[in-house]
Design a protein around this ligand. Structure first.
Ligand SMILES: [Zn+2]
Ligand SMILES: [Zn+2]
Length: 324
């Protein structure tokens, strides 16, 4: 009788444990990613602008103001929008994805696709949305469920809010261009009132998009990772450094914000290629070593900090030292 009683207790404990595990699983939130790309936004100017909305996102997550857009060893790669956005969105450096400049137009070879494509492969039902103000990116986003080009940041904001209100995106990229355009017109410079004003204006836009995200009817059941980064900084009125190492151009910011993000400044060297790797990891897509991505998860809870340098690559701390 005693033994039977013991068996009963063991069985009951196992049953209770399984029920609880099941309950936790069903209550698990749906993982989603919103990536906002602010073209041509220098990290020192972003900090100088004291942008409250972006600052709040950084506070609720992980941040690096000394991330790098492109690897130093690729001296033939132009530090312009094409090579940089394609690196961020694919997770691979330009010697792999092929988009090495916007002048001679050596373009994306498709072998290292946008992270949306990797997500779709793992989860065909996932909904992907790309809203951009620079049409060249659309060549990478052909397979997205919503793949739109708009003319102004105002239109991009409006459309992003509409999609967040009415649709159910799992991964979403919104590209804003006003900061870069202001840099070209008035100087990429933290001392420039116009450049700072453009960052503040964009910050308010980011705030309104994030507000719409938080008002989604099922927001409580969703686990959004909100990521923000830029493709390059700038120096004078441009950003094509080519062979020259200009920290003001190559240094970029990186923010991963939300419940899944770690907190504070990310130790180690972050690259924009980490955006794709981080987004996929958050979305539950296992990174296959055969993809040969250069990006690694950065600023996610439970993941180690990124290596100080990638293979054959000096860390940013090295080139800042060399240059200054
Ligand atoms: Zn750009
Ligand atoms: Zn530009």
């Amino acid at each position: 009788m005693l033994r039977r009683c013991a068996y009963f207790l063991v069985a009951l404990t196992v049953a209770l444990y399984l029920t609880r595990a099941g309950a936790t699983q069903s209550a698990e939130k749906t993982k989603k990613v919103l990536l906002i790309g602010i073209d041509g936004c220098r990290p020192d100017a972003l900090q100088r602008a004291q942008a409250p909305q972006i600052g709040a996102l950084a506070e609720q997550g992980a941040v690096s103001y000394t991330a790098q857009n492109l690897p130093l060893r690729l001296t033939d790669v132009e530090t312009s929008s094409g090579p940089s956005w394609s690196t961020m969105l694919s997770g691979a450096f330009p010697d792999k994805h092929g988009w090495i400049d916007d002048v001679r137009r050596r373009r994306f070879n498709g072998q290292y696709p946008h992270f949306f494509a990797r997500l779709k492969e793992a989860n065909p039902k996932a909904s992907t949305v790309s809203i951009i103000t620079w049409p060249d990116i659309t060549q990478m986003t052909k397979g997205a469920d919503i793949n739109e080009t708009v003319k102004t940041d105002e239109q991009a904001e409006k459309r992003a809010i509409e999609v967040l209100e009415k649709q159910n995106p799992d991964a979403m990229f919104v590209h804003l261009d006003h900061v870069d355009a202001t840099g070209h017109a008035k100087g990429f410079n933290p001392e420039s009132p116009d450049y700072i004003a453009a960052i503040k204006e964009t910050d308010a836009r980011v705030g309104r998009i994030v507000d719409a995200l938080k008002k989604r009817p099922k927001y409580a059941e969703e686990d959004w990772l909100i990521m923000l980064s830029t493709d390059h900084g700038g120096h004078g009125s441009g950003h094509n450094s080519h062979r020259h190492v200009v920290p003001a151009i190559r240094l970029v910011f990186y923010i991963a914000s939300g419940e899944a993000a770690s907190r504070g400044v990310i130790e180690g060297q972050v690259y924009t290629a980490d955006v794709a790797a981080t987004a996929l990891t958050h979305l539950g897509v296992k990174l296959d070593p055969q993809w040969k991505l250069d990006g690694v998860p950065a600023g996610l809870k439970g993941h180690p900090t990124p290596a100080v340098s990638r293979p054959n690559e000096p860390a940013a701390t090295e080139f800042i030292k060399r240059k200054n």
